[in-house]
Design a protein around this ligand. Structure first.
Ligand SMILES: NC(=O)c1ccc[n+]([C@@H]2O[C@H](COP(=O)([O-])OP(=O)(O)OC[C@H]3O[C@@H](n4cnc5c(N)ncnc54)[C@H](OP(=O)(O)O)[C@@H]3O)[C@@H](O)[C@H]2O)c1
Length: 200
């Protein structure tokens, strides 16, 4: 398969690249640190990316920023960033990318554990992650030509916890998280929110 991977230079994205790279042709994209550049918060940038890469069998996104702050400190700008970047950035990958995906192809987006397991500070992140899970279920109902849409909702990734200087307990290794994306891309499921902890 020819797979467009956005967020390819990230902790999760690079593990997805390793997991899928041996069997498929990958087009690696991210803001700066990948061969193809894209800013998913900018619709024109997404359109330009799809115009450059042409038809693909699958689009995988492991990208998107959202603000993590206490409720009383969350302002309009935090919601604006979270909605325009992680939420609408990935929604637009589907809306603007549908015509570039082959019949029976797939989209796999990334939400996160905080959708269903909020913690103090996760107001904007939980909002966006829940929105992505809902969008994935709904978009799968209407995606044309047998195109599948799934959302991976990762738990804390071990490597991320370590980078943050936190204890890695309860985290899942990026390589294990990546297997949820493999399942979405190579399998037949659609409209699913995949929890890599349950899948591993
Ligand atoms: N890591 C975790 O524990 C965890 C848990 C649950 C959910 N998630 C979610 O999983 C996704 C990836 O997380 P991660 O930890 O792998 O992130 P990361 O290591 O910070 O990497 C982020 C990746 O996304 C790219 N990116 C950032 N903003 C972008 C934009 N506007 N347009 C296109 N690409 C963009 C970055 O590109 P450059 O490197 O080129 O700047 C990089 O490739 C995020 O949405 C995160 O919320 C992560």
């Amino acid at each position: 398969m020819k797979i467009l991977l956005i967020g390819a230079s990230g902790t999760i994205g690079s593990a997805i690249a390793t997991a899928l790279g041996a069997r498929h042709e990958l087009i690696l994209a991210s803001v700066q640190k990948s061969p193809e550049q894209v800013d998913i918060s900018d619709a024109a940038s997404i359109r330009a990316l799809f115009a450059r890469v042409g038809r693909v069998d699958a689009v995988v996104s492991a990208a998107g920023r959202a603000s993590f702050k206490p409720l009383t400190e969350l302002g309009d700008e935090d919601f604006e960033l979270s909605l325009s970047n992680k939420l609408m950035g990935q929604v637009n990958l589907v809306l603007l990318g549908l015509a570039s995906v082959v019949d029976g192809g797939s989209f796999t987006l990334t939400a996160g554990y905080l959708a269903r397991h909020p913690i103090p500070g996760s107001g904007a992140v939980s909002l966006v992650n829940s929105g992505l899970e809902g969008f994935g279920r709904a978009a799968a109902l209407e995606a044309p030509r047998g195109i599948r849409v799934n959302v991976v909702s990762p738990p804390w990734v071990t490597e991320t916890l370590l980078k943050m200087g936190r204890a890695p307990d309860g985290g899942l290794a990026a390589a294990a998280v990546a297997q949820a994306y493999v399942r979405s891309v190579e399998g037949t499921i659609t409209g699913q929110t995949i929890d890599p902890s349950a899948a591993s």
